[in-house]
Design a binder for this molecule. Structure first.
Ligand code: COA
Length: 176
């Protein structure tokens, strides 16, 4: 399996800075705390669909001590700063589908890392026999809309007021 504790790769931002990617580890807890401080209120609001002023001890345990068979979190570090996280969690009642979320710290946005992480997550889920990547976002979130829409798979969208839900079918490549 490629996306295991051995997984490690570099992504180079358009600025030339190097982001080291790997799966999350329990010792990343302090990086999650300081990483939140690198994100603007709007970035946090869009990711958590609400204010998230700080992580509790149980949040940190959940976020960093995941069982990688069902909970994949790829973290991106710029030196010691945690600047990107892509996370997907298999639904207990629907084992062929996972809920996923992405966050990139403001300093590193619009440099390709979000789209790259989403593709890597899709590969990690396929390895785990997960076919559908599901998520929710505010319908005003044009960045996330663009990142999902750029994926080479058919995606179902449901708009419900201010919230858009989507399901990417990893076994249905877009034609053309
Ligand atoms: C959504 C998010 C993860 C995108 O990450 P990113 O690294 O900035 O995105 P990328 O640089 O990979 O951009 C991918 C595409 O989206 C476009 N894009 C990125 N930010 C955009 C913005 N604010 N407005 C419009 N388009 C945008 C890019 O131009 C690019 O398009 P292209 O491939 O045609 O050039 C990031 O903006 C973020 O963390 N937002 C806050 C959290 C969030 O909204 N999460 C989603 C809900 S879980």
């Amino acid at each position: 399996m490629k996306y295991s504790s051995e997984y490690q790769e570099e992504y180079i931002l358009t600025s030339g800075e190097i982001i080291e990617l790997r799966l999350v580890r329990p010792e990343d807890k302090p990086a999650f705390v300081s990483g939140l401080e690198l994100c603007s209120p709007l970035t946090i609001y869009n990711r958590f669909m609400g204010a998230k002023p700080r992580f509790s001890e149980s949040d940190l345990k959940y976020l960093t001590e995941a069982d990688p068979a069902d909970h994949v979190a790829i973290v991106g570090f710029r030196e010691s700063d945690l600047v990107a996280v892509g996370r997907a969690i298999r639904y207990a009642r629907r084992p062929d589908a996972a809920d996923f979320g992405l966050i990139v710290a403001d300093c590193c946005q619009r440099q390709g890392i979000g789209a790259f992480l989403l593709k890597r997550l899709a590969e990690a889920l396929t390895e785990r026999d997960i076919r559908y990547m599901c998520g929710e976002m505010f319908s005003t979130n044009s960045a996330m809309f663009r990142v999902v829409d750029d994926m080479p798979y058919i995606t179902d969208w449901v708009l419900d007021g201010s919230v858009a839900s989507f399901e990417i079918d990893l076994s249905s490549p877009k034609l053309g």
